[in-house]
Ligand binder design. Sequence first.
Ligand code: NI
Length: 256
Amino acid sequence: MIFETHAHYDDEAFDEDRQELLSSMKDAGIGNIVNIGANMASSHASIELAHSYDFIYAAVGVHPSDSAELDEDKLEELRLLSRDERCLAIGEIGLDYYWPEPDHDLQKKWFRRQIALAKEEKLPIVIHSRDAAADTLSILKEENAAENGGVVHCFSYSAEIAKQCVDMGFYIGVGGVITFKNGRRLKETVDMLPLENIILETDSPYLAPTPYRGKRNCSLYLPLVADAIAEIKGVPAEEVIRITEENARKMYRIDG
Ligand code: NI
């Protein structure tokens, strides 16, 4: 079954039909979902969701755009959340230079601290990196994040940078952008990488694939992403689904 490695079902975009939607996943071939935290509130909400549905797991962490809310107490709160039996990773964490705030030094500080936290708790990391490739790579190297493992989610850089991330032991998260007309760079990346380095994600409610681009995204659209990858790789979609599920289980360290 399809393994959805990155979604935000705690988002208010799902307030009206969350339960109905999540209950329809299994019949549509969506096996597991990891709900990803982006700030303190959504980290708590992710853990709650993971306790409400047996096929949902959680990641907890603070997104670079929300890193101004972090302090030592909050970091300890994240640590306790991360010890929950349903929590598989620290994330999403990283650097986002698309927006001017928060300042880069603050983003870098909390990216490093959350990598360290993941290391102490022996968890992989879910990395968000936008317009910040060079700093992201140097922090991953300096913090020896290869030891953590994890994923560069919603990968938006060149195939050359993807290669460097994979060489460090990270998976590349591929979602709706692969179906976009202007998704040429991601298509080149997927063409270059073995399927063994790729995992499927939506980032729901964001980044819905064509023909739903601009609308609310959800994991039910993941077959469109699998089809697009299958076409690039010249293999059946079932093979994409099978291999990326194995990859996700390895990355999130789920047995069986
Ligand atoms: Ni996300």
